[in-house]
Write a protein that binds this ligand. Structure first.
Ligand code: N01
Length: 492
């Protein structure tokens, strides 16, 4: 890098990150309770040089342990020497004359590269609603992905969390245990499932290491990139007794089993979906003592398609509402009107807070791509874990490995053929867009407002942002393109 000699460019790799260390999303998300809701060892890279020497403390590791894991990966793969931290890329221009990217950072560093690979994910652009008066609030306003490195002392304080996505649920569980008064502002209930956390002892990882290779290979056959799949029966194929037994089994397992290992028609027919919701409700409602709160958190009438918004995995989330220090505000019936100097004003009253944690999510950019990895008009540029790929519906390391292998395949092909420019074709993008819509609209997902449909950001086009076809279909598409020498790309 820095040189424009072709051999240098093709042989050098540089990683650039605005953070000061490895960890990506886990570097930024260090709010109390932040943890992955994929189980290990699924949430691990399949390289034996890594997993042979790594043991986790928990089945669903927390943010700190995840940062330690990614630092371990970086050391094992000797990545530090190739990494520029504290470097925010502010400009990248593709020069058609030499087919190279000329990239600059806000601190003045410059790079020249044949390939520009964006691994910036889908949750880098924070979303904070444009409430009147936010700048007037005299307390501390926090977006959880910028949690202060110096831990705020919340003991005895008045604390609000706005939002009940995965982040809001995790935060509420933790902050309600330390705050003097804790208030959660909910717009839509999260139909959360029991996590089934396990603390590992004596190096036990739940699965013997000899089974890891099979587990990693099996990820490509699973809809969510784990080692389990939908039950190959439809909901009403089973008698009511057998169905209840099946639901109980899935429930007991914890993790996403009640969602992604459930009956195969659960996400596709309303009756099947309602049956799953009714079971969910029968499990959750008894955990909430106050009948008013019960109706807001787990309503009698199904609020939206089960599994059509991101389901959270919870650890005692519903019990926090039985605590005397905890309140719930239903912002659908009493919307937020403005932020004041003292707190948050709804149509009902003004709430006072020392801290407001705004867990209102991210702006996941949408629109046209090929394979969710390339865009026409941007030659030699690829991205991972972005829109129109399985992304948020896929266990992270599973898709990172498949997409990474694809990018390596592109580079090997280009080197072999002596070509220097590769760009997704507009026709291929069109066909991929058709696939995205075909899978999405054959399911119940588009009927629910969620960030999967871009509807979390006011004014944004309503369109499926995530590939709903599952990992096996996605993998097949990558593999077909790779084996067909990337014919869907223009190459020269
Ligand atoms: O964000 P979200 P997130 N007034 O967009 C509410 C991953 N993740 O940060 O549902 C009031 O899901 C909004 O309400 P509604 C995971 O993939 C993973 O929680 O739109 N409320 C919703 O409740 C996840 O999907 C882990 O009606 C407003 C919440 O804010 C993704 O990151 C952990 C509002 C936003 O939820 C994003 O999750 C954490 C308003 N004006 C996150 N605007 C793992 O464990 C928005 N909301 C792996």
């Amino acid at each position: 890098m820095g040189s424009t000699s072709d051999d240098d460019i093709l042989d050098a790799l540089i990683l650039v990150d605005s953070a000061t260390n490895f960890g990506g999303v886990w570097y930024w998300n260090r709010y109390p309770g932040a943890r992955v809701d994929s189980t290990v060892p699924h949430y691990e890279f399949s390289d034996p040089a890594l997993w042979k020497d790594w043991s986790w403390k928990q089945r669903f590791p927390g943010s700190q342990e995840l940062r330690e894991y990614f630092a371990f990966v970086a050391d094992k793969w000797d990545l530090r020497k190739d990494t520029e931290f504290n470097t925010f890329i502010s400009q990248a221009i593709f020069d058609e004359r030499d087919n190279l990217w000329h990239i600059s950072s806000s601190c003045g560093k410059k790079f020249v590269a044949r390939y520009f690979l964006l691994n910036t994910g889908f949750s880098a652009k924070r979303h904070i609603p444009n409430w009147k008066g936010i700048d007037k609030f005299r307390g501390t306003w926090i977006h959880p992905s910028y949690w202060p490195k110096e831990e705020p002392d919340l003991k005895g304080k008045k604390v609000a969390v706005i939002g009940t996505g995965s982040t809001g649920v995790q935060l509420a569980q933790e902050l309600s245990q330390v705050a003097g008064e804790f208030v959660l502002f909910q717009r839509t209930p999260n139909l959360a499932l029991p996590m089934g956390q396990i603390n590992f002892k004596d190096g036990d990882q739940g699965i013997p290491r000899k089974d890891y290779p099979d587990l990693f290979n099996g990820r490509r056959d699973s809809y969510g990139g784990f080692n389990f799949n939908f039950t190959p029966r439809s909901t009403f194929d089973d008698s009511p007794e057998k169905r209840k037994e099946t639901y109980e089994e899935l429930w007991k397992h914890g993790d996403f089993h009640f969602w992604l290992a459930s009956y195969q028609d659960m996400m596709f027919t309303k009756e099947a979906n309602k049956e799953a919701y009714d079971f969910w409700k029968s499990k959750v409602r008894p955990r909430i003592h106050d009948p008013r709160l019960r109706d807001i958190l787990a309503p009698e009438i199904q609020p939206h398609g089960f599994g059509c918004k991101r389901i959270s995995l919870e650890n005692g989330f519903y019990e926090i509402f039985n605590q005397p220090n905890t309140s719930l505000v239903d912002v659908k019936s009493t919307p937020i009107v403005e932020v004041t100097e003292r707190g948050i004003k709804t149509t009902e009253k003004e709430w006072e807070f020392d801290y407001v944690v705004c867990a209102t999510g991210f702006d996941a950019d949408g629109t046209k791509t090929y394979l969710g990895m390339a865009v026409s008009g941007f030659p030699n540029m690829f991205f991972t874990y972005g829109p129109q790929a399985p992304t948020a519906l896929c266990n992270g390391p599973t898709c990172a490995e498949y997409q990474g292998d694809f990018v390596i395949g592109v580079m090997e092909h280009m080197r072999k053929t002596g070509k220097r420019r590769i760009e997704a074709g507009a026709d291929a993008e069109q066909l991929w867009g058709n696939d995205i819509r075909k899978f999405a609209y054959s399911s119940l997902l588009p009927e629910t407002d969620s960030w999967y449909m871009g509807t979390n950001i006011p004014g944004k086009v309503r369109e499926p942002l995530v590939y709903f076809g599952g990992v096996p279909n996605y993998y097949k598409s990558l593999d077909t393109c790779l084996k067909g020498d990337f014919a869907e790309f223009q190459q020269s």
